[in-house]
Write a protein that binds this ligand. Sequence first.
Ligand code: HEM
Ligand SMILES: CC(C)=CCC/C(C)=C/CC/C(C)=C/COP(=O)(O)OP(=O)(O)O
Length: 314
Amino acid sequence: MAVVHHNRLDDSGIVMSEATAGDFFALLKPRVMSLVVFTAFVGLAATPVAVNPLIAIIAILSIAVGAGASGALNMWYDADIDRVMSRTASRPIPAGRVQPGEALTFGLVLSALSVLTLGVLVNWPAAAMLAFTIFFYVVVYTMWLKRATPQNIVIGGAAGAFPPMIGWAAATGTISLESVILFLIIFLWTPPHFWALALFKSEDYGRAGIPMMPNVAGHASTKRQIFAYALLVAPVGVLPWVLGYTSAAYGIVALALGVGFVWYAWKVLAMPAGDARMRPAKALFAYSLLYLFGIFAAYLADSLVARWMVLAGA
Ligand code: HEM
Ligand SMILES: CC(C)=CCC/C(C)=C/CC/C(C)=C/COP(=O)(O)OP(=O)(O)O
């Protein structure tokens, strides 16, 4: 039977939701949050302390639910602009499959649940950081900066950079320079990640009246700024090796990934102004995801190998 997505009135005039479980799952922005949760997991697993596996699972689930909840609250607040952008028009709220009130309740309940679970079952420093991250994404980025300034994602990007620090705090109860460097990698990575997409979706953002960098400063300036951030993120990615947190194996992988990032950003910088297909910008966006996954996977592998070598007495 075909599922018809709409909301109808029952005999008493009450709006009946016909949202499916899949619609609520979509509110969690699962694809984006999968990488967010992976970085949190690496932050947790790369600490020098051995974490009880059950505690680790609870911590990662709580962070995943909190991240998803913040996505639902973002979609609740942004439903008006999501409706006018081609990339987002079919999301559950603008498409009419989920009522705004349902998404708001869903996001608030899951946020509270995730923070409380992390606090009661793991530790409160990590729970406080999760609460702060949700607040930062939903209130500081979504409600305030996104519609106010082209620096929206530079500042708001801090929200996406906190998860490895939350993971680290879940394992250790504290913050360390090593976890701050993991934060910095994502923080500096976010502008090229997002502006690459904003370059080829700038018409969407223009229509929605969102002051994203390409619409405000123009494409040429955005490309220069992308390149500048790529030049920063490449060496910061290698910093964990320079500071002795990892072996040279990680350092070499990070260096190669960083050189690739600068290369793709260079291709964007060199892209002719009239290039309507914007293949270099699309390539950089795709590469940004590979870069972040690759660097965190290498970090994880490096720390696991180091631990095994200690266990093996090598
Ligand atoms: C302020 C910060 C960020 C902004 C503005 C941003 C923006 C975006 C946008 C607009 C998309 C297209 C999404 C879609 O419609 O599906 C996207 C895709 C994606 N982003 Fe980000 N992003 C940010 C931070 C992050 C972070 C921190 C991560 C992970 C650590 C991340 C991971 C991803 C992934 C995995 C995708 C691809 C999803 C897909 O295949 O649909 N992003 N990002
Ligand atoms: C643990 C925790 C709470 C993590 C949150 C992590 C976080 C802030 C990720 C940012 C992800 C993201 C999709 C931003 C998109 O910007 P947008 O919302 O402007 O994109 P859109 O136009 O696709 O809605």
